[in-house]
Every structure is written in C-alpha cells, then in structure tokens.
Design a binder for this molecule. Structure first.
Ligand code: AMP
Length: 147
C-alpha cells in the first residue's frame, strides 16, 4: 500500500463526508501522499464565464451559487489542511468527472464513500460502483452507515 503518492478524495457534501475525510486524511498522512479533493457540481448551472469546467479553489469567481459551493469545499480543505490549489470543483456527471480528474492529476488512489443498497436501489447503481468499474487507478470505497 505504501506506493500511493497521489490520492483523490471525492466529496458529495453530505452528512457522510466527515467519515470519509477522516479516513482519507489518516491514510494520506501514513503514506506521506498528496491529498486532493474534488466536488462535482451536478446541481448548479455553469455560469456564463471563462472559468472552464474545472476550477481550483485558488481561482476567483463572481457567481453567488458557485461561491457558496466553494465555501463548503474551502471549509473541508481547511479542516484537512489541503492547499486551495489541490481542492477542485468540476461541473458534470460525478463519476465521469472524478475519473477524468484522476487521470489528469495522475492519481493512484481514489477514495469514495459507498452506501449499502437494498431492493430496487441496487438496480440503480451508485457513483462508487461506477468509479470502481471505470477508474484507471485503484479505488478505496469506504462503507457508509445508513442514517
Ligand atoms: P453513492 O454510493 O452513489 O451514493 O456515492 C457516494 C460517494 O460518491 C460519495 O461518498 C462521494 O465519495 C462520491 N460522490 C457522489 N456524488 C459526488 C459529487 N457530486 N461530487 C463528488 N463526489 C461525489
């Protein structure tokens, strides 16, 4: 396990974030790896500006909705001691964007949360499962307890 040098933690902004952020931080510290975090914006429209579809937190923006999302990510990044340049917000489909950013940053381990699913929900799939199937690097799925 000690060959992981670049870890990408996917954060969805939910009550489960704390459980996975703590494990990812502990792991990165043990392995002396770089930790990046990503949140994919799949619920706010992309502003008509030149930001592009990927922005890191050290870029300034002027959109209120985007600023609110950036502030949540900044809070998590500060809590984890991660530099703004390693905190990423991307517009699009979470599984696709997480996998693409992992390739771009030469990530060797993606950390995601994984909810237990029962009944019909099993058929709907999950972000964690899609990333596990399609990522080009290893994936650590942290089991999230239902609340
Ligand atoms: P799921 O099992 O589909 O509910 O996926 C949960 C996990 O997928 C979360 O704990 C995150 O690691 C990741 N995830 C889901 N949505 C997003 C998002 N919009 N941005 C970043 N990561 C996400």
């Amino acid at each position: 396990m000690n060959n992981y040098k670049n870890i990408l933690l996917a954060i969805e902004f939910s009550e489960h974030d704390e459980a996975i952020t703590k494990k990812a931080k502990d792991l990165a510290e043990q392995l002396k790896a770089q930790l990046h975090i990503i949140h994919v914006l799949d619920n706010i429209p992309m502003p008509d500006t030149p930001y592009g579809t990927v922005i890191s937190l050290d870029e300034s923006t002027h959109d209120a909705l985007l600023e609110a999302e950036k502030s949540k990510l900044r809070h998590i990044g500060n809590h984890l001691g991660i530099a703004p340049s390693q905190c990423w917000m991307v517009w699009g489909n979470p599984q696709e964007e997480i996998i693409q950013l992992a390739v771009k940053l030469q990530i060797d381990l993606i950390v995601v949360g994984s909810h237990s699913r029962h009944g019909l929900a099993v058929l709907m799939g999950s972000t964690a499962k899609d990333i596990l199937y399609h990522a080009q690097c290893d994936v650590l799925a942290i089991h999230l307890k239902s609340t």
